[in-house]
Every structure is written in structure tokens, then in C-alpha cells.
Design a protein. Sequence first.
Lengths: 86, 439
Amino acid sequence: VIRLPLAEGTTRDDVDDLASALGLRLVNIVPRTDAFPAQLVYVTNDGATAAHLVDHEGALTWILRGEESDEARWAEALRQAAEGAS
Amino acid sequence: VIPVRPRLAEHALPRRHLVDGVEMVVIHDARSGALVRMDPRTWEMIASADGTRDVDALLLAVSRRGVLRRASEVRAALAQLHEAGLLADGIAYAPPAAEAPGDRPLDVLAGFTLTCDGRGACCATYGSVLFTPLEAARARSLRPEVLGAGERQARGFLPERGAGDEEGALAVALVDGRCAYLAADGRCSLHALGGAEAKPRGCRVYPATFVDDGEAVRVSVGVECACVLASVGRAGGAPLVPEGAKVRADLLPGTRVAMLPETVAPTANERAPRASFVAWSRRVLAWIDGAGDPLAFLGSLAAAVEARGLDLPEAPAAGAVDLAAMVPALVARAEARAAAADGWRAAADRSRLASHAIVAAARRLAQPAGLAAALAGGPSREDERFYLRALLHGHALAGEVLVEALRERALRLALARAMPGPHALAEVEAMMRGHGLAG
């Protein structure tokens, strides 16, 4: 599992644009509960990696779950895309 | 706050248009005549809002279809539709429509057969050309290349109203206001390839109207096509019902037969049982030929109904018709409609051209001399007498306040008289009903 915090001030539109650019497909929206933060769940376009965007009281973090090499590859792609956007 | 489980309301009529080569979806408000335009991709995001999903679930449905851009765009589009009064909450429930009994006799408008000129004017006039799902499937199979609808139904067809359902009627996409299956020569390409059976039922029975009034199914015509008026007094055209048809069950399967309401409104403050209305229409039909100027007759009939209700023992005496007070509102409606059409319809769009012709005629009526000329009538008004017969035989005024409807039709006659062309009345009627110009 790779955790990738997003820069402060990242908006939902920024996330949507990034997901759209990378071909991530939104597959679930999990509302916040007392036990868990809110999440948007994406899968990568090859279906191999899940990308959870966790919203913990406004702090956004990508959590990538998949094969180790895929996680690293997608983490890098997300990092570059976020830097490109900013 | 947008609805929890949004869907397009029943009075929202989504239509796909290709306008000068640019694709768009226009959502018409059948109640107000207003419209909301959106690009096809935004429509694709909205199309999944069918009342079964909250917004998050809608986003997932849109994502599954691969058309999600920004969640904020979906919310903004929903907010725009909601602000326009075009959204409802939750699934729709439509009670099953009452149907006329199969043995109900047909009462067909006498002496009329239709000679179609084959130029496709009617196929380029209306905002809605409806297909059943089977008819749409047949059309897509016959001409799969049209708008790419052979591969994807939604490229060529959208629900008739609201979010639609799998079994509901579908409205074909329009290209510069013309049915997408209308060929350049004005002929129906479905007819050309597959015969008359390949056309949707609505086109095959057009311009016939069917109303069950509790005694019979009145079969009449909508006077909305020049061919109808050109057919008056001509023999040898197509009959309004299949040869030998005597009862409701003999009509083309699936023919929509409207039900006359249990009561009608002679005036705004009065209701009358439909049997009284049916008897009234029968009496008035008998008066038309000897009634003189049809416009004046409508005016005096309205005055008589206002004074005495439906119980008119004899034809009302001819009297003056005061339309002047109605003209300014007509001008305003016509100008608004033309301006709206200018905003998005193609320059060659037939309904846009007609809306401008109507503005010009309405402005003529706004001049005292223009109105006086229209009221003066002309040498032959057989087409107008036919129009009255078709209206009354078809119970076409039953859904309105009768007195107002009679005056409104008098105004339409005046408007048509102020327009050029021998059959302007058909254009006026089509624009009034089909494009929301009616008062």
C-alpha cells in the first residue's frame, strides 16, 4: 500500500481532472462514518490497481492498492500529474 | 437544493438536434415553452438521472459509462435543470391510460381523404417525431448510418418525455429541424427502403386524430399541414382509417385514442358533462355550412356559449368579433418564440422561418387596418369551414376553456388571413400546437 498525501487546497475538481487525465474510473463513493473517513474509490484503466482518495477532515490522501510495481507506477503518475496541475 | 434522487420531470422533453452540423440536446419545458440547451456530453451525464439514484450513485453510473468529467459539472447541470423546473424526485408512476373499448364505433370526418404531396413538410415541422421502441429498432436497422444510431440508440433517439423507460415512446433526433430519416428530396428514407410499414405509426396515421367521446371514436384531422387543406374537396387520397374499419379494434394496432374528459369547461367557471359537449359539437357542426364567415361565426359562437353555456337551440346570430385586445399578447408570444428560435435553430429550419412569418402577420394584425382587412374576410372560405369541421368533429377544443378556445381559433383565422400563401392556416396551427405559440 502506498500513501500519497495531496497538497493542501486540492479541490474535488482538481481530483476529477486528474482522474480524467489518467483514465481512473470512479467505482465507489463511501460516505464518512464515525469509524471511517469519506472515500472516493477509483480503479486504474488496466483494472490492476485501486486508488482510494481518503478525505480525513479535509486532508486528502491517495491510498494505492495493487501489485507493488503497479502501486509504484501509479503513485509516480499521480505525483507527476498533481505537480503538472499545480 | 436539487432533488435527492433526481430525474427529468414528465413535462421535460429532451430532444437531440443537429443544428448547422453542431450537435446539442435541447430540453423543452412542455408547460412553459422554455428550454435548456446542453452539449451532448453533459446530456450523457444527465441521462442516467432516472429517479432511482442519489447524486453519488448518479456519478457512479456516469463513471461506469465512461463519460464522467467533473462531479461539479454534473451538479451544475442538475442545478440548472432544477432551477428551470425540469427535475422531479424519485421514480415516476404513470397510471395506466384508459382505453376505448374495441367495439366502440368509429365516427370518421366525412368526405375527406388525404393527398400527400410527398415533400416532407410535416416531417420538418414538429419538435417531436415519435417512434415506439420497435419502430426505432427497425429504423436503426434499416439505416444504421443515420447519426450512428445503428450502434447506439441514444444517438438517434431520446425518451419522449422525462427520463423515459424501456418501453416508452422515443423521439427521433432532428437535423436542422427535420426528422433524421427524412431524405434530401423530402421523402421518408424509411418508407423508401422498407415500405410504409417501416415508418412509425404516428407518421402512418398522420394527420388523423382519434378521440373517444363515450359514444364513438371521433376520427378527424389536425389541420397542421398544407396537404390537409389542399386535399379539401379532392377525392382519391388516402382515407383516415383503413378501408372497411368500423370500430376501434379495426384501427392500426397501437393507434393512440385520446379519451374525452368526463367534464369540459364551457367557461372558466363552469363544468359540463361530456355528453352535453358531444351533443353541442354535433349541433354546431350542422350550422357551419350556413354560418357565413367562419371567423365571425367563431366569435359569435363564443359569445353565445359565454351567455348560455352549451344549451344553444339555434345557430348564434352573426356579430362583431373583438380580437384587438388579444393581438398584443399574440405579438409578444410570437416575437418571443421567434427570438428563441433565432438563438439556436438553423437558418433554414422550417419552424424558425414559420415563427418569423407569424411575427410579421401578428404585427400586421396589430395595425387597425391590418386587423380590419383580416376581419373582412375574403371570397372563399371553404378551407376555414373545413378547419371548423375538423376542430369540432375531432373534439379538439375539449381540453381548453371553450369560450377562450373559440376566440383563440378566431384569432388564428385572422392570423392566417394576414399571412401570404393559400394554406397559411395549416402553418399557424402547426406552430400554435407544435411550438407552443397558443395563448
